[in-house]
Design a protein around this ligand. Structure first.
Ligand SMILES: [Zn+2]
Ligand SMILES: [Zn+2]
Length: 344
């Protein structure tokens, strides 16, 4: 098959298409003909060598969708022709965390697509069925591929972790990315007021189009006082921190008393300065949000299929454009998701 193989960590040029042997599904796995695979900033971090569990040569991509074309031993409930999309990572389904519905915290089965499991930047991939969701026929492949990590993550961040309620003000940093555009829509759907922050003026329009009530264009990323001004001095009740270290301090300062900060992204993989005093006197809550559960993926697919939220696929590119896609993502030149479509 054709696949984009990362043979060395580093720049986008290290992503090259080549011919590699077709994979075979093992026990509990199916073989997918990959129809689309989203390009996520997580892949950029992975390509740079900043994720400890990836070994090169590697095939990246945890946002894959495709048809089941072969079924391995010991697989129940999946057959040839089924439409599937991957979760980001696996979970065991049996440990205490899994039984409590917090599968993102499972430590017994932690394999991630595109890290330990070869991912979707390829014509075919094998996938343990515990890591798959079922895609309705009404959802096309590029949308199916990106739903888990964009809409599904938004469900995890806005509902499961942020517990956003009607009437609350939600601040979203890095709002024009794949997760941000979905989080805006979901927070609006759930009755919140949304303030979106972007460092790029050209993205303001698309953020308003996605439903943001207010857009703050902040080139220097000093937006906390502007958030307070636009909330009559109160601040945001919930902040969804998609950018991470670069904006963290401002996001914390922009919160209202009792505010909840949900950290879901850290683009620079750097650490932050934190003034504990601020957290104490405002009784702030700082929450992490990681990956998507199967139940959240099902809900995300339902929201997309019903039209309640609109997916934002920026462009579909051939597999050989993987390096170009990474380059564009790193230059922040994309609103929504870029998707690779392996040709067959
Ligand atoms: Zn992703
Ligand atoms: Zn588990």
């Amino acid at each position: 098959m054709q696949a984009v193989v990362l043979r060395e960590f580093g720049g986008p040029h290290n992503l090259r298409k080549e011919s590699v042997p077709d994979p075979d599904p093992g026990a509990g796995e199916v073989l997918l003909k990959v129809r689309s695979c989203g390009v996520c900033f997580h892949d950029v971090i992975n390509r740079r060598g900043d994720l400890p569990r990836t070994r090169v040569p590697a095939i990246l991509g945890h946002e894959a969708a495709g048809e089941v074309i072969a079924v391995g031993p010991d697989v129940k409930g999946w057959s040839v022709g089924d439409r599937a999309a991957t979760l980001q990572r696996l979970s065991c389904g049996e440990c205490l965390y899994c039984r409590q519905g917090r599968r993102s915290l499972c430590k017994r089965e932690t394999r991630f697509f595109g890290e330990e499991i070869p991912g979707g930047y390829a014509g075919f991939m094998t996938a343990p069925v515990t890591g798959l969701g079922r895609v309705p026929t009404s959802i096309d492949w590029p949308v199916a591929a990106t739903t888990c990590c964009t809409t599904g993550t938004a469900v995890h961040v806005v509902r499961t972790r942020g517990k956003v309620r009607a009437g609350e003000t939600v601040l979203i940093t890095g709002a024009s990315g794949g997760v941000g555009m979905q989080a805006i829509q979901l927070a609006k759907l759930d009755g919140a007021r949304v303030i979106a922050v972007t460092s790029s003026g050209v993205k303001a329009e698309v953020l308003l189009e996605a439903g943001a009530d207010d857009v703050i264009v902040s080139h220097d990323l000093e937006f906390a006082s502007e958030v307070r001004r636009r909330t009559l001095g109160e601040g945001a009740n919930v902040a969804l921190e998609i950018v991470g270290s670069l904006t963290f301090a401002q996001t914390l300062r922009a919160l209202a008393p009792g505010g909840r900060l949900v950290v879901v992204g850290n683009l620079k993989t750097a650490s932050v300065d934190l003034n504990p005093g601020l957290v104490i006197v405002k009784e702030l809550e700082i929450l992490g949000a990681y990956a998507t559960t199967r139940a959240e993926l099902d809900e995300a697919l339902r929201l997309v299929a019903s039209g309640a939220v609109r997916p934002w696929v920026a462009e579909v590119l051939p597999l050989e454009d993987a390096a170009h896609a990474h380059d564009r993502l790193e230059r922040r030149g994309v609103a929504g998701r870029l998707v690779l479509a392996p040709g067959h």
